[in-house]
Write a protein that binds this ligand. Structure first.
Ligand code: NAG
Ligand code: NAG
Ligand code: NAG
Length: 333
């Protein structure tokens, strides 16, 4: 973003923030919780799939294209679906609880009728070539905990309905073709720990409600077209709901990784970032024109003023190596 660069340049520059973290035990535990796989073998419990789930899976198969015929086992009248014969499907009591089909070369679109799988907990379709919208119906699945759609070709906006998912812990739709704004309703998913919408073309502001979310541990919005100021609601300092404010006072605000680089954000580093005890910060402040690029050390000095340097924390030159990698690998299952 090109703009006049006055004497207070370092206060007004385009901010590229990359905040990293040392993995604290609590953070590792959070990552492990995210990581929880449905390890039980898909041997099935002898209960035949429900009609609604069977039809939902048929619709999903119909709308996907499957060049390598990975879904050829979805071929019978449903008897095999919950007995382990249908690849990528796990059931409990005749209800589909997990769809796990990453790296299968799948294209086509994801059917809205996925909403018929009313007990779905985990949807893992990352690293395919699926296009079209993220189904709005996902927002009406009360048990949905993990949604992994990264590295696909999904387009359109993140459905605001996702905020209805009361059990949602992880939503990763990074590296797609998503546009539109981030729905503020995502802050209504009060168990959401990991949100990764990086590497899309999402625009608009960062919703202040989202920044105030006490459940978030990982928030990655880098490589988008976000604009406006970074909200001053981190750590719930100006949380819209009193419960978020209470969480921040009682110290349960957990944000540990905040990735905002490669957007068009501007304004000052918000005061509320000072409250993030678990964050280590590496900060870049650049402008498109090298002649007006501010001194990074000056920006860090500004940051130090709002948040005294962490004891033994990584210095300004530690540009987020190990912590970032660890966090990323924790997320990408
Ligand atoms: C369905 O697919 C499985 C696995 O590919 C195969 O063993 C089975 O014979 C097929 N059944 C029918 C009815 O085509
Ligand atoms: C979040 O939930 C509250 C009630 O629980 C509702 O009033 C509000 O409209 C929701 N916010 C959004 C943005 O959907
Ligand atoms: C977010 O997604 C990007 C791209 O998939 C990945 O490189 C990054 O590590 C992720 N960040 C977090 C905090 O999960």
């Amino acid at each position: 973003m090109l703009r006049p660069f006055p004497a207070t340049a370092h206060h007004r520059c385009t901010l590229l923030l990359l905040l990293t973290v040392t993995l604290l035990p609590s953070l590792a535990a959070a990552a492990a919780a995210h990581h929880q796989h449905l390890h039980d073998h898909a041997a099935g419990d002898g209960v035949v799939i429900s009609q609604a789930d069977y039809q939902g899976l048929q619709a999903i198969k119909h709308d996907l294209t499957d060049p390598y015929a990975f879904l050829r086992s979805w071929n019978d009248t449903g008897l095999g679906a919950c007995s382990g014969a249908w690849v990528g499907i796990k059931c409990v009591q005749g209800k589909v609880v997990a769809i796990t089909l990453p790296w299968r070369g799948l294209a086509g679109t994801l059917s809205e009728r996925i909403g018929q799988l009313t007990q779905l907990r985990r949807l893992s379709l990352h690293d395919n070539a699926i296009s079209g919208p993220i189904p709005t119906s996902l927002g009406f699945l009360p048990d949905l905990r993990g949604v992994y759609l990264f590295n696909n070709r999904f387009s359109g906006a993140v459905p605001a309905s996702i905020g209805n998912c009361v059990a949602l812990q992880a939503f990763d739709a990074s590296n797609n073709l998503l546009t539109g704004a981030i729905p503020p309703s995502l802050a209504n998913s009060t168990k959401l720990m990991r949100l990764n919408l990086s590497h899309n073309t999402i625009s608009g502001d960062i919703p202040s409600e989202l920044a105030a979310s006490p459940s978030l541990v990982f928030l990655s919005l880098s490589h988008n077209k976000l604009s406006g100021h970074i909200p001053d609601t981190f750590a719930g300092s100006r949380a819209p709901s009193s419960s978020s404010l209470k969480e921040s006072i009682t110290g349960t605000y957990n944000l540990a990784v905040l990735e905002l680089s490669h957007n068009s954000l501007d304004g000052q580093i918000p005061q509320s970032l000072a409250g993030l005890q678990k964050l280590q910060l590496a900060l870049h402040c650049v402008d498109q024109s090298p002649s007006v690029r501010p001194d990074a050390r000056e920006v860090l000095r500004q940051l130090e003023q709002i948040r005294p340097g962490p004891e033994g924390g990584a210095g300004p030159s530690d540009e987020g190596g190990a912590g970032h990698v660890a966090a990323a690998s924790a997320g990408n299952e």
